[in-house]
Write a protein that binds this ligand. Structure first.
Ligand code: DHB
Ligand code: FE
Length: 278
């Protein structure tokens, strides 16, 4: 059976794509952010996953406000990146693994998650940049299953539901008849607000508590409604739901391999965690 090796969770910010394209990783502004990924890459070099299941939120590239699925899963042989309006260079297509996508989809339906299936799916910075940060050299070496969670158009799925979604995805992977090693990735958050009166809002104590809770007590965040999460983390901070889903997909206990927290990158509190399944 396939093996889940752990979860990687990180913030995503379009400006990271510009920094990579311009080679700014050593600049004082960017260095504390990019350096955070070095120990995670070391871990990946050892662990060598074959597949990444990526929980992320699309920002209007593949889904717009007229059609907004709560949960959607990619089932394509490749996922193309396109210009989403931030002026960052696009990355080459990412390889899919339709066989696993359909296995996950069937399991989710059995578990009463009525998801949208996407045999074509454009992927935006929330999917592409974290993969580039984890595997900076050449094309991305792992095959991918994108799992998109709506955090753009209300109503949004609750923290409790996102954790449950992650758990159901984890069950699907554990029952996949394959020798593959699978890593879970969750991208979004942590606290940030891009617009309105509280633009620039960041809540470091909440972010650190949330990061802590993911290791041994991922249910902690499910005590909050999405309005309470927005109050505590900003309108876009609610993207932390992706972290919950990715953590939920790792069955049982995890060991923290590494974490990093740096504020701000653009308007965002940039968090990073690597959690190994034990
Ligand atoms: C920023 C953060 C995001 O999560 C995003 O999707 C877009 C922009 C930012 O901080 O600039
Ligand atoms: Fe975002």
């Amino acid at each position: 059976m396939a093996r889940i090796i752990g979860a990687l969770t990180t913030s995503h910010v379009p400006a990271i794509g510009g920094a990579i394209a311009k080679g700014l990783q050593q600049e004082p502004y960017w260095k504390p952010f990019f350096d955070g990924f070095i120990p995670v890459r070391r871990w990946l070099d050892e662990a060598r996953p074959d597949v990444a299941v990526v929980f992320y939120n699309d920002h209007g590239l593949n889904f717009f406000l007229d059609k907004m699925p709560t949960f959607s899963v990619g089932a394509a042989s490749e996922y193309r990146n396109a210009d989403e309006g931030w002026g960052i260079p696009t990355l080459p297509p990412f390889k899919g693994i339709p066989e696993l996508s359909w296995h996950v989809i069937e399991h989710l339906l059995e578990r009463e998650f009525d998801i949208t299936t996407c045999q074509e799916m454009l992927v935006d910075h929330a999917f592409t940049l974290p993969l580039k940060l984890f595997w900076p050299e050449g094309d991305c070496p792992v095959r991918t299953v994108p799992v998109c969670i709506n955090t753009v158009q209300y109503p949004l799925p609750s923290a409790k539901r996102c954790l449950a979604l992650g758990r159901a995805v984890g069950e699907a992977i554990a029952s996949w008849d394959s020798e593959s090693k699978v890593v879970m990735i969750g991208t979004g958050g942590l606290s940030h607000q891009l617009d309105g009166e509280r633009a620039g809002f960041i809540n470091k104590p909440f972010d650190l508590k949330f990061m802590d809770s993911l290791v041994a007590e991922p249910e902690w965040a499910t005590q909050f409604s999405n309005h309470e999460l927005v109050e505590r983390t900003g309108t876009q901070g609610v993207e932390l739901l992706m972290w919950l889903a990715a953590r939920g997909a790792v069955p049982g206990r995890v060991r923290k391999v590494h974490s990093n927290y740096h504020i701000p990158i653009s308007n965002t509190a940039a968090g990073l965690m690597a959690l190994e399944a034990i």
